[in-house]
Design a protein around this ligand. Structure first.
Ligand code: BT5
Length: 288
């Protein structure tokens, strides 16, 4: 008889360390629950209920009713993953046109954190799926909140960390463990992610939310930083548009409003602002 496989180790999040990291980064408050419906819903509710410090964070060990875009579900077993929602309340000088960039900023921060902490060659699939080895590791969901002090945004990221194949809801999904990441320590991954978010936001706020403007020092614009991590660029893709039509083309760039710039077979350029994008297989058989 073959021995039983060792149970997957799923230690709790070290919230005092996360709190310390956030303090060092000048972030707001932290809430950690054992279980909740959705960390995005919780943080949106807190923002509506009263004053909330900029860069406050909500996380949970078990998100029981997580959601994605267009009412789709986000499913993860207890302690297997990270569900992190961050509250962005830009100051008065920040251009509201910069708000929609915050979800791609967070996706990019996750790509960088996965690279640094787990050694994974991750990338962004437009608009904001984090992929590695052709599998989706992380999804991002941004929600606009109108507060008495002006517009704010809650950005939630869900990262699959230690799930085994059978625990993932769809064949396109992957986890840090399945993709061979060198750590599945959720505290390290969360700390690395928050560090990258704070850094990217600092640069973005310094140019008042203008994604096209280069930042202080040798910082390139947020748009360029995101584009560098966007594996969709250079790929042939099918963009499923909200009206049901499918646009096929080669992704050439990230446009000035965050649009995916596609060139169709006739050579015409299209700026796609909302769509589900599918990468078509490359001639070497890989997707991303
Ligand atoms: C997303 O939506 O990818 C955004 C997911 C955001 C989740 C975070 S967790 C913290 C915060 N609180 C929330 O309630 N949400 C945020 P979308 O692109 O619509 O993709 C959803 C689709 O991904 C589903 O229809 C499934 O096909 C697939 N899916 C569900 N669970 C998944 C998982 N764990 N890993 C990969 N794919 C999954």
């Amino acid at each position: 008889m073959s021995p039983e496989p060792a149970p997957v180790q799923r230690p709790p999040l070290d919230d005092s360390r996360v709190r310390e990291v956030m303090k060092g980064l000048g972030m707001g408050e932290l809430w950690v629950s054992q279980a909740t419906g959705s960390t995005n819903d919780d943080l949106v509710a807190r923002a509506k209920a009263g004053q909330l410090a900029h860069l406050s964070v909500e996380t949970t060990e078990h998100q029981e009713a997580g959601h994605g875009r267009l009412g789709r579900g986000w499913e993860t077993p207890d302690r297997s993953s990270l569900a992190i929602s961050i509250y962005f309340r830009p100051d008065a000088g920040f251009d509201p046109a910069g708000l929609p960039w915050l979800s791609m900023l967070c996706g990019t921060a996750m790509v960088q954190a996965l690279n640094e902490q787990a050694g994974l060659a991750a990338g962004l699939k437009w608009p904001n799926d984090v992929v590695a080895g052709g599998h989706k590791l992380c999804g991002v969901l941004a929600q606009l909140v109108l507060t008495a002090d002006g517009p704010a945004v809650v950005v939630g990221t869900g990262l699959n960390v230690s799930q085994e194949r059978a625990e993932l809801p769809v064949p396109t999904a992957g986890s840090v463990a399945l993709l061979g990441g060198r750590t599945t320590d959720r505290t390290d991954l969360m700390a690395g992610y928050l560090d990258r978010v704070a850094e990217l936001y600092r640069g973005f706020a310094a140019v008042h939310g203008n994604a096209g403007e280069a930042g202080p020092g040798d910082r390139v614009s947020l748009r360029r930083t995101i584009a560098r991590h966007m594996v969709s660029i250079g790929h042939e893709v099918d963009a499923h548009l909200p009206d049901g039509t499918v646009l096929r083309g080669t992704a050439e760039d990230l446009g000035s409003e965050g649009a995916l710039v596609l060139r169709d077979a006739a050579g015409k350029l299209h700026h796609v602002l909302a769509a589900d994008v599918f990468h078509l297989r490359r001639s070497d058989g890989s997707y991303a």
